[in-house]
Write a protein that binds this ligand. Structure first.
Ligand code: DAK
Length: 264
């Protein structure tokens, strides 16, 4: 069962079981919009999770039926000066990059709207599971601003330049099915099943080697910005490095002894 963690005002963090953590953005009255306080708490929560050597997977969702996150908090942003706006964007950028490069997999469970900063948050997770009612979009163009938390860059890498451009300049929403067709979403589930499916997948990941997963995240993320020759050199290097881990000894011994591995 879930264990208590530190108490936050804008989010909930639960240690569900076996190293699986669930972070819920909890501002349902404003469709879980992200203000500076929420970003700060999320950053603290990530520190809390990652300080647990038993942590294996972080799931992120929004509270309520209607939204994952309906964007950066427009009320909050409407009061920011250009300098404060830059600081706000840097704050979000830093957190989202941290999630992307975290040692453990981070999975977004998107229920309802994932717009603007919400879509950017989902895209900085390793992958996205969506409910049938999910809607993705970058509507910043309607507010007279550009994406500020990496949306123009991550969307382009995920769906390709032409489709990203269409979505960014029209500000239109994509349904869960369209997002899956375009490679943004891995799986779509009926809304009531989303959390259970996320927990099932997290349990599968939690049983694997944390050190191998950490290296794999580096391979996929750093490799996509390298040419193939250099990316393959990196793969050989990290493959070699994985031979220095206790998990490699246990994983291979377990196979040879015909038993399930017990990773550190
Ligand atoms: N911020 C603040 N409040 C929000 C919000 C948001 N993003 N989205 C919804 N709310 C609030 C609504 O104001 C409303 O509050 P009350 O009126 O009840 O007090 C409540 O949530 C329920 O929303 P609605 O009544 O509008 O609900 P509907 O079902 O009618 O519509 C909707 C749902 C998601 C279609 C609609 O709420 C909507 O269009 N929301 C805004 C979506 C949006 O534009 N999101 C993108 C935000 S822009 C940057 C840094 C970051 C960013 C950009 C630049 N730099 C500093 C450079 C990122 C920008 C964004 O994320």
């Amino acid at each position: 069962m879930s264990e208590e963690t530190k108490t936050y005002d804008n989010i909930l963090l639960e240690a569900v079981r076996d190293g699986v953590y669930l972070l819920t953005i909890n501002r349902p009255k404003v469709l879980n919009a992200l203000n500076a306080a929420t970003l700060e708490e999320m950053n603290d929560a990530v520190s809390e999770v990652i300080s647990d050597p038993g942590a294996r997977v972080l799931l992120i969702r929004g509270s309520g039926e209607k939204a994952f996150v309906a964007g950066a908090d427009i009320e909050h942003m409407s009061h920011l000066s250009p300098i404060e706006g830059k600081a706000f964007a840097e704050h979000g950028m830093h957190l989202f990059r941290r999630l992307e490069t975290l040692e453990i997999p981070v999975v977004a469970l998107v229920n309802g709207y994932a717009l603007g900063g919400g879509c950017e948050l989902a895209m900085s997770c390793d992958f996205i599971l969506a409910a049938e009612n999910a809607k993705f979009g970058q509507p910043e163009v309607n507010l007279g601003v550009t994406p500020g938390f990496g949306g123009s860059q991550r969307l382009t890498r995920l769906v390709g330049r032409a489709m990203a451009m269409e979505l960014l300049v029209t500000g239109r929403n994509m349904s869960a099915d369209e997002a899956m067709r375009r490679g943004l979403v891995n799986h779509v589930y009926p809304q009531p099943e989303l959390l259970d499916e996320g927990l099932k997948l997290a349990s599968m990941i939690a049983g694997k080697s944390r050190s191998a997963i950490q290296l794999t995240k580096q391979l996929v993320q750093r490799g996509q910005d390298l040419d193939l020759d250099n990316a393959c050199v990196m793969e050989s290097d990290l493959f070699g490095l994985s031979f220095s881990t206790p998990d490699r000894i246990e994983g291979m011994a377990a196979f040879l002894e015909n038993r399930k591995p017990k990773f550190a």
